[in-house]
Design a binder for this molecule. Sequence first.
Ligand SMILES: [Zn+2]
Length: 394
Amino acid sequence: MADLVEVATIVQAYKMPTCPDPRVRGIADGQLCEVARRRIGRPPTPDDLARYLSGDLCGEFGRDGGDVSSLWTRVRNATRRLANRLPIEWSAASGTLCVRLGRDDPAGAHPIEPTGRNLEWKLKDAIRHLYASLLVRKPDQGKTFRCFSGSAASSHFMRSGFATRFCDWRFIHRARLGCVPLNATRRFGDGDKRCRRCGEHNETLPHVVNHCKIHSAAWQRRHNAVQDRLVKAIPARMGVIHVNKRVPGSDSALRPDIVVVDETKSRLTVVDVAIPFEGGPLALEGGPLALERAIDAKLAKYAALAEEMRAKGWETTVDALIVGALGSWDQANEPVLKRCAVSPRYATLMRRLMCSDTIRWSRDIYVEHVSGVRQYSQPGMCGTADSTLSAPVS
Ligand SMILES: [Zn+2]
């Protein structure tokens, strides 16, 4: 909020000398020249005005006294404070006062001089990027950020709360920041870090929501919740849908999650769903590797099956639909939706529902793990909107 106040002050100062109304423009110019003259003790040049507004404290600009409090002194202070974090300064190089954002760097970037409405947008955007990069660089809190920031669907509930229970809301932000209290995440003391249920591994969030086998039934339902949404969205014209069955006409014993068989066009569409945990030790350097690894594993698993069916004359495609356990929508899913002929309109809703489904199930798995209280009562209950009526422990 403090940064937004600085931005608002700078934008207001920019608007006044560039106002279309000549009277406002004249008053603003006159005032600015007057406060700058009092500061440096002589009539200012355009460059002096830019140095004054940039918060320059060198030489005559740093002398004591002479200043009167005004919009322009606030702008001077705001620019100086913001310049501690962003490469920003005022410039009069082009003949008129403007704000210069960015600096020349070896990568080929140059400073920009946004004008008009663009200025506010560009400054806010620079601040958003600054905070995002600070977050990504954090060793714990930045781990999952790269995954769920890839698509707006992963955070669709932020403003509206759509398809999200209050208990999911309380869980998901702490979980994505890696701040969920568990045995292995204690910073102090030498207490037992092992899992309180299986006792085999360190009790971290990835272990609880994706690896602790005691929750395997809930994983299955989380997986099925996402899978069922896709099955419902595939139109009947695509062919006959087989769910969790062997591929008809194949010798392979594999049972892909979804197989769509179009006999008339000899077309076979295989889709497997996976819910991996976001992040991982390499997530900081190389992007959402956990999601990519999940895709590669699925494609490798069905490579032989695809070859066999192609040899039998079927036009075969194998795809993986990946949703992170903390509700990250993977952009690599988009071609899968297209291949399954999901209507673009429903796809928007489906992405959000799938992300909310995984968040809901992961939250229930976590709370059940910690409290020992069963969080879902009957198959499918938790994965539907009706579950908001149940009373989960939080
Ligand atoms: Zn365990």
